[in-house]
Design a binder for this molecule. Structure first.
Ligand code: 5GP
Ligand code: MG
Length: 469
């Protein structure tokens, strides 16, 4: 499978005034969903679509002096998640093209799992591609259906019938703004009202930051058109079973966002509480692995009655460790990023709580640092079940070989990372913390069962698209 393999952030805004500042602000609020590149398109007063996009964080990719040159009452934006092999500048989004029905721009979060099949189909029909991104594929398919239907909603519905996998999309066709969520609702997308305008965005925290009002999540398979004074929902193809990605709550989203009616912080805290019940430990303190393990650790502390302490100082300017291509580099980067606080750690028996273990790099390094700082016992508790299978829907966890828990017993993993004990939340415990039926969640990376057809993998349900729309 080629195509993009990363979770990202998307936004679309329509208002009665220039939306460029609001787009910039939104992208900064959802910056955690992608740090590799950022971009926006707006429809200007001269009836043209302008684009500004570049590499790096929002402040670098979209500098204020360049943003000041852009104006338009509607626009979309994108932040792209970095992966080791995604550095290609031409993959920067939004992807913008000119068609016989206007200028079209697309921002995509997710992964089209039948990308190769669709690319081959459209290549043989005479289409050409300049990138290997889902957003370009979407523009090509949309163009084809637009020339048949001459109606964007009908064209989008037909397009959704062809796409498989995960997609939260924002689409701009001249001055019209649309948001689409895939038929399983794998990746998040919600609608809000802002001053004299409306927004569709990956995470609700951005609506708060714009002083707006959250309206609701986009339903799986739904197409939303946002306008300055209202929004119009259209029912597209949806599945009977939802498959909201559990990793959004566990790790990916901001704690202050509410996704599909569940606040991320609250879910993480409950994960910690359930962990304390499922895997208790007789220790002096509970310590988070900052920042992503913090809310889980707070829940563990509250439920166990054992004091919570900060034991690591995190350098907030350090580079990201997870995506570095080489294991040595990753280990070095972890020690650049975190340093133990000696008075918290020395002579103590502790539980350290992290959201997830993927390769085990982070914890292995951190535990050896804790021992050096005088920790007496280090017990690891993890806020997701063992990650044993790849994510095909946008989280950067690819091959089974890289997962430390794959094919190893709990004791073996515990020995590799050098802990005194190791406990993960169970799948049932995680489902309880999210407080949704298991049939509404994607648990692919921890169960190896996937909501969609993936060659060589097990499909969870044989679910057909609801065609009544
Ligand atoms: P490990 O070090 O075991 O390979 O990865 C686990 C650590 O990386 C955890 O601290 C977790 O917060 C973080 N992590 C888990 N999944 C991802 C991801 O997809 N991207 C990034 N950047 N970090 C992740
Ligand atoms: Mg982390």
């Amino acid at each position: 499978m080629t195509g993009p393999k990363h979770s990202c952030g998307v936004v679309g805004i329509a208002a009665t005034y220039n939306v460029v500042p609001a787009l910039q602000k939104t992208l900064m609020i959802i910056q955690h969903r992608g740090q590799e590149s950022a971009g926006i398109t707006v429809f200007n007063d001269d009836g043209k679509m302008d684009i500004l996009a570049g590499s790096g964080l929002v402040q670098v990719a979209l500098p204020s002096n360049r943003l000041a040159e852009l104006k338009g009452n509607s626009g979309i934006g994108h932040v792209r998640y970095p992966t080791a092999d995604s550095k290609d500048e031409k993959n920067i989004q939004p992807f913008k093209v000119t068609t016989n029905f206007g200028a079209v721009a697309v921002a995509h979060n997710g992964e089209i799992t039948n990308y190769d099949e669709l690319e081959a189909k459209y290549l043989s029909a005479g289409y050409s591609f300049t990138t290997n991104s889902g957003s370009e594929l979407v523009t090509k398919i949309l163009s084809k259906h637009m020339s048949q239907h001459n109606d964007p909603i009908k064209a989008m519905k037909s397009m959704m019938g062809e796409l498989e996998g995960s997609y939260a999309l924002t689409i701009q066709i001249d001055n019209r703004i649309f948001g689409i969520r895939d038929p399983y609702g794998l990746r998040p997308l919600c609608i809000g009202e802002i001053e004299e305008g409306h927004i569709v965005v990956s995470e609700s925290a951005a609506i708060d930051a714009l002083n707006g009002t959250f309206i609701r999540d986009v339903a799986p398979g739904e197409i939303i058109e946002v306008m300055h004074d209202h929004f119009i929902p259209h029912k597209g193809p949806a599945h009977k079973h939802k498959a909201n990605c559990m990793f959004e709550w566990v790790y990916f989203a901001r704690p202050d966002s509410v996704i599909d009616e569940r606040e991320v912080y609250d879910v993480r805290k409950r994960i910690g509480e359930i962990l304390a019940r499922e895997c208790p430990a007789d220790v002096d303190i509970i310590m988070p692995i900052p920042d992503s393990g913090r809310a889980h650790a707070i829940g563990f502390s509250i439920a166990s009655g054992i004091p919570y302490e900060e034991g690591f100082m995190k350098n907030r300017f350090a580079e990201r460790t997870f995506i570095l291509p080489d294991q040595k580099e990753r280990e070095l980067a972890v020690s650049m990023k975190m340093n133990p606080i000696k008075s918290t750690v020395e002579g103590k028996r502790m539980v350290i709580v992290d959201d997830s273990i993927v390769r085990g790099t982070t914890l292995k390094k951190l535990i050896s640092m804790l021992r050096k700082a005088g920790a007496k016992e280090v017990h690891v508790r993890v806020g997701s079940p063992p990650v044993i299978a790849p994510c095909y829907y946008g989280v950067d966890m690819r091959s089974r070989e890289q997962f430390v828990a794959n094919g190893r017993s709990n004791k073996e993993v515990c020995d590799i990372i050098g802990a005194d004990s190791l406990g993960y939340i169970s799948i049932e415990g995680l489902v309880e913390a999210i407080n949704k039926p298991e049939s509404e969640l994607c648990l692919g990376c921890v169960s190896g069962k996937y909501p969609t057809r993936i060659p060589g993998e097990t499909q969870r349900f044989q679910s057909k698209l609801n065609e009544e729309f």
